[in-house]
Design a binder for this molecule. Structure first.
Ligand SMILES: Nc1ncnc2c1ncn2[C@@H]1O[C@H](COP(=O)(O)OP(=O)(O)OP(=O)(O)O)[C@@H](O)[C@H]1O
Length: 306
């Protein structure tokens, strides 16, 4: 008896998982702080994807949730709900030991005050060496890495100086070297230029670009400096604990850079119409949506006026 081949229906195509190729995935991320009976929703369902090799700035008004996002990504704090994944680590479910490994090897963190990232009685060489000593890196390898980083970021002349003997810009660069010592995939910087003047800030941004382009580290910078979009290719704005818009800078033909602003649509299709647009056209509670051939029109609901 011959057996004819069975013809089975094709398995249904599954949509690829949200951000399946990204290095950093925040999917509907929520962080609620509870102080007594008061609840603060610092992040209210934030979506963000960062691909490996990107340099992204996160901007937003004070209290919009920028630092909260960064401390979640740094593994300093844990999300209340949603998904946060960095380089394959699920930040919702990290055990204590995994959290230590994650913070030591996967992410580097530089905090707000350049001087506060350093220990007053350690010189630059000792400061960059310290994270590697804690990770039990052999002495010779540590010495080579210290030399490589201080040289690459232009602060080798500070090797034997303590923070008090360095300028603000040098302190910031040494802090970045220390954060990179254990070869993290991601560098997270919280207001890295907050206390610096304009010229020194530009210098620190140049250093961060070197880290991104030459060392291949993915960089996420949090700042409330709106001019930062001139320094990076992608700026993501957070409003009320959610990503609301993005500015992309791209080379246009003969390498002229053009900046273009986009609204961010979440996975449920929601976008936020900027306040000045709403005021200009008096868009209130109900609007008309119309699908045109290449765009969607949003118009005032004139039935409310009669
Ligand atoms: N540990 C905490 N306990 C309670 N509320 C907090 C805590 N940390 C942050 N918040 C609140 O969460 C919200 C977001 O704070 P977050 O520091 O993330 O904002 P931010 O955008 O970084 O602000 P800034 O630019 O001023 O640093 C704010 O309302 C803040 O008061």
């Amino acid at each position: 008896m011959s057996v004819t081949g069975l013809s089975l229906p094709d398995a249904p195509q599954r949509a690829p998982e949200f951000g399946s190729t990204a290095l950093i995935v925040c999917d509907n991320l929520v962080r609620i702080y509870q102080t007594g009976s008061i609840e603060v929703q610092a992040l209210q369902g934030l979506d963000l994807l960062v691909e490996a090799g990107e340099m992204v700035a996160v901007v937003g008004a004070s209290g919009s949730g920028k630092s909260t996002l960064l401390s979640l990504l740094a593994g300093i704090d844990a999300p209340t709900a949603g998904k946060a994944k960095v380089a394959g680590w699920d930040l919702m479910t990290l055990s204590r030991a995994q959290r230590v490994r994650y913070r030591r090897h996967t992410v580097g963190f530089v905090g707000q005050q350049a001087g506060h990232n350093l220990i007053p009685y350690l010189n630059a060489r000792q400061m960059v060496d310290l994270p590697m000593t804690l990770a039990r890196v052999p002495r010779r390898e540590r010495a080579e890495r210290v030399e490589e980083l201080l040289t690459r970021l232009g602060v080798m002349h500070c090797a034997d100086r303590r923070p008090a003997q360095m300028s603000g810009g040098e302190q910031a660069r040494v802090g970045i070297c220390a954060a990179l010592a254990n070869r993290p995939k991601v560098l997270l910087a919280d207001e890295p230029t907050g206390s610096l003047d304009t010229a020194t800030s530009a210098e620190v941004f140049a250093t961060l670009r070197t880290v991104n382009q030459d060392l291949g580290v993915t960089v996420v910078i949090v700042t409330h400096d709106p001019d930062v979009s001139g320094q990076v290719a992608r700026t993501v704005a957070i409003r009320d604990g959610r990503t609301s818009s993005e500015v992309l800078r791209r080379a246009n033909g003969d390498s002229e850079l053009v900046a273009e602003e986009f609204a961010v649509m979440d996975r449920a299709g929601r976008i936020q119409i900027p306040k000045d647009y709403r005021l200009a056209l008096d868009l209130t509670r109900r609007v008309r949506l119309a699908l045109e051939t290449d765009h969607v029109a949003v118009q005032r609901d004139t039935t409310q006026e009669s």
